[in-house]
Structure formats: structure tokens, C-alpha cells
Design a protein around this ligand. Sequence first.
Ligand SMILES: Nc1ncnc2c1ncn2[C@@H]1O[C@H](COP(=O)(O)OP(=O)(O)OP(=O)(O)O)[C@@H](O)[C@H]1O
Ligand SMILES: [Mg+2]
Length: 347
Amino acid sequence: MNSPSAPSLVAAIPQPAMLIDVRDRIIGVNAEARAVLGREVMNQPLITVLRQPALHKAIARCRQSGQREETRIVIQQGTQDHSFTVSCAPLRLNRVDGVLLCLEDLTQLEQAGQMRRDFVANVSHELRTPLTALMGFIETLQGPARNDPKAQERFFSIMQLEAGRMNRLIKDLLSLSQVEGQERIRPDALVDLDTLLSSTIRALAPQADRNATTMRLDVQAHDPTVTADEDQLRQVFVNLIENAIKYGGKDGTVTVTVEGLERDPAIRGPALKISVCDTGPGIDPIHVPRLTERFYRVDSHRAREMGGTGLGLAIVKHIVSRHRGRLRIDSTPGQGSCFTVILPRAA
Ligand SMILES: Nc1ncnc2c1ncn2[C@@H]1O[C@H](COP(=O)(O)OP(=O)(O)OP(=O)(O)O)[C@@H](O)[C@H]1O
Ligand SMILES: [Mg+2]
């Protein structure tokens, strides 16, 4: 059997790859590598394509040792720098002593690492605030307030509040990771939205009463059934209605509407549109795209005072995506906000 040609061998590699000859001229390049480099580089000297001393040193080491060598390089793509690991392997092909260069894009890995670090930093920060308060009160109770029952009572109730905040944060974090873990598993129960929303609203009535909020449910769709995970869907509407009560201000109205859509373009089929609208101060448009990020709060001090962890809408987004639905946020400052969930109708 004949040896493969350099271009066909390099084309068969699924990651960006190039083959260079003894004089470091590119004698094979695949489409993936062309996409990374942004141009045709066949037959060009490698030095004019990638002016990276570390790479040329690795190639020299590889030729000398006859072993595979690795190095890291940065390639500018548009306005962004991408990091790559390049493996240089000696390759003798048709009596030519070449070196095969295979690139692995590390950008996504690095971004995932950064996200993980940010997440841990956020969680630690969120837990540290109530924990610091608790430690301070314990110290006061052991010292200056040791014989002051009035102060003790006050401190205990604040400690209970802070411990409650930590508890809620951990509950939300667990629920978020559970929802993320199930994102690829399709829900399979038939859920009637009229029943689900009525009972959710009933359960939140005490909270609404304390805030003098009026709640309304308006089901316009006929037979509003969806294929869903009932507990998760309930959590979506608890989070949205709770927000509407909390941030909608005193004496407001929260209206939950269920409409049928004959065909939703994104869902590509019949859908149900559930809107949770409040009459509160609304949200400045600059915040809207970021609301579903974990720990994002518009007025973090105020939201934290209200017991918010900033995870509610992140949970909503993941659950809606597991249900192959969409979440839309519309808000006019001064007039209120509408959080709309669009779900495919059960077949
Ligand atoms: N209906 C609303 N009106 C005005 N602002 C809202 C509304 N819903 C959410 N927000 C803003 O979006 C932020 C994020 O909401 P989210 O539900 O994710 O977190 P939270 O309510 O602060 O905490 P949690 O829901 O975890 O207790 C809130 O802090 C608030 O600033
Ligand atoms: Mg919330």
C-alpha cells in the first residue's frame, strides 16, 4: 500500500493540525487549522505563520529527541486571544522527515476554570456575610450581653435570621445543582397549569397578605397541559410570584396569565404562555440581560435585606430550559415587570 499523502493525512485529523517538512515549510494543513489561523498557509514557512519562539524551540527539541514534545502558544483570533497546547510529533512520510503539529484550544477549559473559581468566590462571600454576623453575636452573648436577657433575646432573633439566610442559600445551591444535573433528562408527567398555579398562589397568599399584594389568576387557554416535572415547574412559579410580591412593592397587584399560542416560532409548535406581571417599580433595561446570572441582584443590599440569595432566577432559567421552554423578561421602569415563560403544549 502506498503511504498517504501529507494533505490527506492531515485532513483526516479532527483537530487543527499542520505538517511541516525539514525546512519548516507547511506541507499539509487541515480546514480546522485554516479556521484558527484565518487564512491559507499551505507551502508557507511556519515562521511567517506562527512567530512563536516557544513553538520553534519545541519543534527543535522534537527533532533532536525523536519524541513528542508539547508547548503552549497564544493565537489572536479577531479581538480575542486563544490559548492552545501544540503537540509536535516526529513523522516520516514518503521519505520526508516532517513534524506533525496538532493544536488543542484551551480557551473553553480556561473559561470553565475561571467560572468555577468565580462561583466558589461568590458562594464563599455569600456565606461569609451571615457567618461573620453569627460569630459576632456569639461573642457578644458570651461577653458583654452575658447578663442582659433583653439584649440576648434581640440577638437570638437576628441570629435566627442569619442562620435562615445560610440555610436558604444552601437549599438554593443544592436545588440549582440538582436542576443542572437533570437538564438533559426529559420530564414526563402531564401537569395541568390551572391546578398548579391555583395551588401555588394559595400557598403564597400569606406572603402576599403581609405585603398587601392582590394576586390574580387568569387562565385563558383551554386545557393548559404541559409535559413537565411538577415539583420543578412549581418552583419556577413560586420563584417568579415571590419575586413579584417582594419587588412589586406594597399594595401592588400580581397577575398570572395563561394564554394558548397556536404556534411559537422558537418552540416550533403549539405552546402555552404564562406571564407573571407586577405593578412594581420595574427594572432598568441595563440589568435585564443579567438577571438570570447566579447571585445577580439589582440592588444587592436591598435584595439581601429581603432575604434574597440571587439564585431564584438562575434556577428558573435552568428549569425552563430543561422543559424546552423560553423565559422572557419585559419591564418598563415605573410601571412594573412581566416574567413570561413559554412552554410547549403536551402533545
Ligand atoms: N418582579 C421583579 N421586579 C423588580 N426586580 C426584580 C423582580 N424579580 C427579580 N428582580 C431583581 O432580580 C434580582 C434577581 O432575582 P432572583 O430571584 O434571582 O434573586 P433574589 O430574589 O434576590 O433571591 P432568591 O430568589 O434566591 O431568594 C433580584 O435581586 C431583584 O433585584
Ligand atoms: Mg427571587
